[in-house]
Design a protein around this ligand. Sequence first.
Ligand code: SAH
Length: 357
Amino acid sequence: MLDQEIKPLTDIKSMTLSELTAYMTDMGEKPFRAKQLYQWMHEKLASDYEEMTNLPKSLRDQCREHCWYCSLSIVDMQESKIDGTRKYLFALRDGNVVESVWMKYKHGNSVCISSQVGCRMGCRFCASTLDGLARNLTASEMLEQIYAITRHTGERVSNVVVMGTGEPLDNYDNLIRFIGLLTDENGLNISQRNVTVSTCGLVPEMKRLANEKLQITLALSLHASNDEKRRELMPIANRYSIRELMEACDLYFKKTGRRITFEYSLVGGVNDTNEDAAALSKLAKPLGCHVNLIPVNPIKERDFVQSETERVLAFKNKLESNKINVTIRRELGRDIDGACGQLRRKHVTAKALDEKV
Ligand code: SAH
C-alpha cells in the first residue's frame, strides 16, 4: 500500500487492449499475453494477479512491481428492506471512499456508479456536493465499482448509470475511457445502449460528447424550465442558459440519433406548477425527449420538500396531454439513503469524529 503511494505506478486497469499490448511488447512479452491479462482484468474480473494462473509467475511479479492493480474493498454494504437495493461503500487506495448502488429490475441488474469523490457543482438539493470535490475517479476506479459488485453478488450487471456522486462530464477523459473499457467486447461487453450518463449540463462537454458518436443515453438534469428558477436550484445555470442547453441537446440528437432524457426533480412550491409543466413540454417536444420526474428526496441540510402526490400526478398528466413521454422515477433504496441525491460521504465524517475523540 505504502509502496504504491511512493512510486508512480502505471494504472494497468485503465489501459485499453492496444495500450496494454504496446506495454507488454515493451516489456519483451508476446502480444497474446496482453490479451490474457486484459481478459483476467475485464472479463473474469480477477481481484488480484494471483488469480491469473495461466500467466508466468515472472510476468505477474513484474506487473506487481510496476503497475497499480485497482481493486476496491467493501467497507460497508446496506440492503434495503423495501426493495433489495444495495448500497456499497468502497475504500479507494488513498483512503477516500465512494458509494455505488445496485438495483434489481425485471429486465436485469443495474449499477449506479460515482464518477468523482464529492462534487463541485453545488446543486442546492443534492447531498453529494455538500463537502465539495475531493478528486476525480480514474477509469479503473469507475470500472471496479461494477466489477466488485459483480464479484460480491455473483450476478451479471446489464445496465450502468453514471448518476452517483460527481459530475461525470467534469471528469471527461476518464469517463470516455471508462465507457470504452466497459463496452469492449473483450471485457464485460455491456452494450452502449445500456449505459446512461447524467449531467447537470456542462454545455461544451455535452457538445464534445455528441461528437464522440457513442450510442449511450445522455440524461440532462434540467429541474426547471426557465433560467431564473434553474439558477435558484443549480449554480451551473449561471454559466449556461437553457437555450444553450437545448442547442447542445439538439446537436447530441443529430449526431447520435439518441433521444435525450430530461431529469426533473419536483420540488414542492418551486418548480411544480402547471405553468412549469407547460414550459417543460415546450422544451421536450421538439427534441422528442423523455421526461423522468423525481419527487425530490429531502436532505436535512436544506428545507426543500417533495411535491404532494396529487401535484406530481397533475404535473405528469399535463405533460402527457402535451404528448410528452414521461415516467415517474421509482424510488429505490430510500431507507438506506441510496436514492438520488442522498449519497454522501457520511462515513468520512463519522471517521473524522472518531479520530478527534
Ligand atoms: N452530476 C450528475 C449526476 C449525479 S446526480 C447530474 O447532475 O446529473 C443524479 C440525479 O439525481 C440528477 O438528476 C440530480 O439532479 C438528481 N438529484 C440530486 N439530488 C436529488 C434529490 N435530493 N432529490 C431528487 N433528485 C436529486
